[in-house]
Write a protein that binds this ligand. Structure first.
Ligand code: ZN
Length: 127
């Protein structure tokens, strides 16, 4: 399976930036889109902004601590960055692996535009 089979799209924003990351259909189920952010955006601009890590206030109750720890985990995921080679979907290689397995989705590699490893659902008709 190729990345180009999974309807990849660059992430853009309203300030004319493009290719800070990309979204594509999960190779495992084709039902959700996975999003990866690049440490080296395709447009040559700086890495897209990181989200600030929520802090636990002094003297917070256990419930609040638990809530914030959950937010910290999500923020950490949103702040992951992949190193990219290749300027287009057909030639792209990312490292490290893309691991969405905690959410029940694909864990594998994109290497030279090829989807490598993990459980893959074959494409029977065009997405
Ligand atoms: Zn999936």
């Amino acid at each position: 399976m190729r990345l180009t089979d999974l309807r990849p799209r660059w992430i853009t924003d309203s300030s004319n930036r493009s290719g800070m990351g990309m979204g594509f259909q999960c190779p495992h189920c084709h039902n959700v889109r996975l999003v990866v952010w690049f440490s080296n955006p395709v447009d040559g601009g700086p890495m897209y902004r990181l989200e600030q890590m929520p802090q636990i206030p002094h003297g917070a109750s256990p419930e609040v601590v638990q809530q914030i720890v959950r937010k910290q985990k999500l923020t950490k995921m949103a702040n992951c960055r992949w190193f990219r080679t290749g300027e287009n979907y057909a030639s792209m290689t990312l490292s490290p692996s893309i691991d969405a397995s905690e959410a029940g989705h694909w864990h594998g590699f994109i290497s030279n535009g090829e989807i490598v490893g993990g459980e893959i659902k074959p494409i029977t008709k065009p997405l």
